[in-house]
Design a protein around this ligand. Structure first.
Ligand SMILES: [Zn+2]
Length: 107
């Protein structure tokens, strides 16, 4: 059954703890993302972008996806699995699925 855009987006809002206040000190996506890598939907009006596995296969290519494609292919946001970015102005800010706090790094 097809999912509509609002329903798909609502699933990713769950990860957006900062709902109103975006931490702009966090990592941003470098480079332009004009279209969803899977469905080619223009990303300009999108609020969220998911960087994750963009193919339903054992060794998928990763891509930048809209919420509808991510709903189908990359629903789980977690470090090493997929990252969730939120648009603010002309930048995409990483808001979920980033690396754990530096204290936890085993360097
Ligand atoms: Zn898409």
């Amino acid at each position: 059954m097809p999912i509509d855009h609002a329903a798909a987006q609502a699933l990713f809002v769950e990860y957006d703890k900062a709902a109103d206040v975006l931490d702009e000190s966090g990592p941003i996506w470098h480079g332009d993302i004009e279209n969803c890598d899977v469905c080619s939907r223009p990303m300009e009006p999108e609020i969220y972008m998911i960087d994750g596995p963009a193919q339903a296969s054992a060794q998928p290519m990763w891509g930048n996806m809209c919420v509808i494609c991510a709903y189908k292919l990359s629903l789980k946001i977690e470090w090493g699995i997929a990252q969730l970015y939120r648009r603010q102005g002309s930048h995409w800010y990483l808001i979920a699925g980033g690396p754990p706090p530096r204290d936890d790094w085993d360097l």
